[in-house]
Design a protein around this ligand. Sequence first.
Ligand code: PLP
Length: 321
Amino acid sequence: MNRTANDAGLPMVESRHIDRQAYPSGVAYMDGQYLPMSEAKISILDWGFLHSDATYDTVHVWNGRFFRLDLHLDRFFGSVEKLRMTLPFDRNQVAEILHNCTVLSGHRAAYVEMICTRGVSPTFSRDPRDAVNRFMAFAIPFGSVANKEQMQRGLNIAISDKVRIPPSSVDPAIKNYHWLDLVRGLFDGYDRNAETALLVDINGNVAEGPGFNVFAVKEGRLTTPASGVLPGITRRTVFDLCQRLGLSVAATDVSTAALREADEVFITSTAGGIMPVTTIDGGKVGDGRVGPVTTQLTELYWQMHEDPEWSTPVRYPARAG
Ligand code: PLP
């Protein structure tokens, strides 16, 4: 018999109310089914939840087109292999599931995530090899690190002294949910009236932030941290754009001083693209306005989303009538 919290004399929480607030509109794939987001649930005994033993990737759909889906699939399958997980689907099948989630959600601007968790060990053993790996995916509305106003005036960011988990502990190329360092950094930022934060690497150089890479522009040359960061696909797209424009760009050590003294700073993420930073720890970046290099790259970045060389259309069904 199912006993409710009420039967046990505990206070009841209106669960439907929580569901409505917690789930954006969208469609998830799980265990062979496409479900509304509010019905896509996993066991709390999944290693993904208990130990952050999971990997994921997020691709976005913009104006009804996936952006650089191949690179996201490469990174996802690479992460799964490095974590010694097995997927029940091949690359084409995963692409098909992401496509179906997007079509069923109806979103033309979407944040589309694929996840593999270690899963649950049938006997609750402590051996990860016993766990049955689990694949899931979902499509929800597109979200951005920076809102419209922040895109116009530039973000106000803090550099936290929290150290991003070093590559000797977790290979940053495996996209992961080890975010406690990033979340602690965020709170440092909020305490200093900043909107988001950057963490440093073990040598005190700038690393990355919660869900984004960072670039500095000095005298027309771009630099971005080389190690201890996720090799972001937006970051890579900036390299591709710089090549096209003949701009100098290098992955190297970026000191906190170099970042503060830059003419322009921007962050990059699938969640928002190229986003300007105009304040660091209360001080202005350059003249405190969004700079010309950032503006040009941002415009070209969004133009690439219409170009079949970089994007693939979602096959939405024709509208009736
Ligand atoms: N760094 C971290 C820690 C991230 O989680 C992300 C994206 O979620 C990025 C960087 C940016 O990567 P991408 O441009 O592939 O979205």
